[in-house]
Design a protein. Structure first.
Length: 205
């Protein structure tokens, strides 16, 4: 692959973060184009479905974060070759996107509505997904699939990191520890993975 450009918001997190991690781990150079929030409305129209992130590879456009992750994952040996393990990987990618979408749907709500909806999510959907991911780990071992690090782990890791960040109003930072302590241990183990740590060190994180 040559001349990869990734475009997303200027944040450490969100839908592009697993893609950034996968590209970093692959050793593939890429242009990390970070769009200021003030320019988001214009930038997203450059994508095929009016959304960010998207990548350009040698001038060819690819959108949809999970599709991008699978593509990069195949090139970076971060996506299973076995069809069954690939399906398990896709299951985690899609489930992560499901709960992430429910949270991001609250971003533009007014403060009272946001608090009400997020309080409900923290009492229902988020703990349910945390426990489901924890159950997957108990069934599958130290990783979400294939017995090794894949893009499924990167996707879950970034969602957990966002939950812990304190940047999501009305979502307690200890939600993971409270509802899924083994999943929290999994997060810590990934945070300490040299491949992931080397990415964040370049930003002083």
């Amino acid at each position: 692959m040559n001349q990869i450009k990734l475009k997303y918001l200027d944040i450490h997190g969100g839908r592009a973060e697993p893609i950034r991690l996968a590209l970093h781990i692959s050793g593939q150079p890429f242009e990390d184009i970070r769009v200021p929030f003030a320019e988001f409305g214009i930038a997203k129209q450059q994508g095929r479905f009016g959304q960010l992130p998207f990548i350009e590879i040698d001038g060819k456009l690819l959108t949809q974060s999970n599709s991008i992750l699978r593509f990069i994952g195949r090139h970076a040996d971060l996506y299973p070759e076995c069809p069954w393990q690939a399906a398990l990987c896709d299951e985690v990618l899609d489930a992560s996107e499901d709960i992430y979408t429910r949270i991001t749907a609250t971003l533009l709500l007014d403060n009272d509505q946001k608090r009400q909806v997020r309080d409900t999510l923290c009492a229902t959907a988020i703990p349910a997904f945390l426990k489901a991911f924890e159950q997957l780990l108990e069934e599958r071992g130290n990783y979400m699939c294939d017995g090794r690090l894949t893009v499924a782990d990167l996707k879950v890791f970034c969602w957990l990191k966002d939950l812990k960040s304190g940047g999501l109003d009305y979502i307690p930072q200890d939600l993971i520890e409270t509802h899924a302590p083994k999943l929290n241990e999994y997060f810590i183990s990934l945070w300490e993975d040299a491949r992931i740590r080397s990415y964040y060190r370049q930003f002083g994180i």
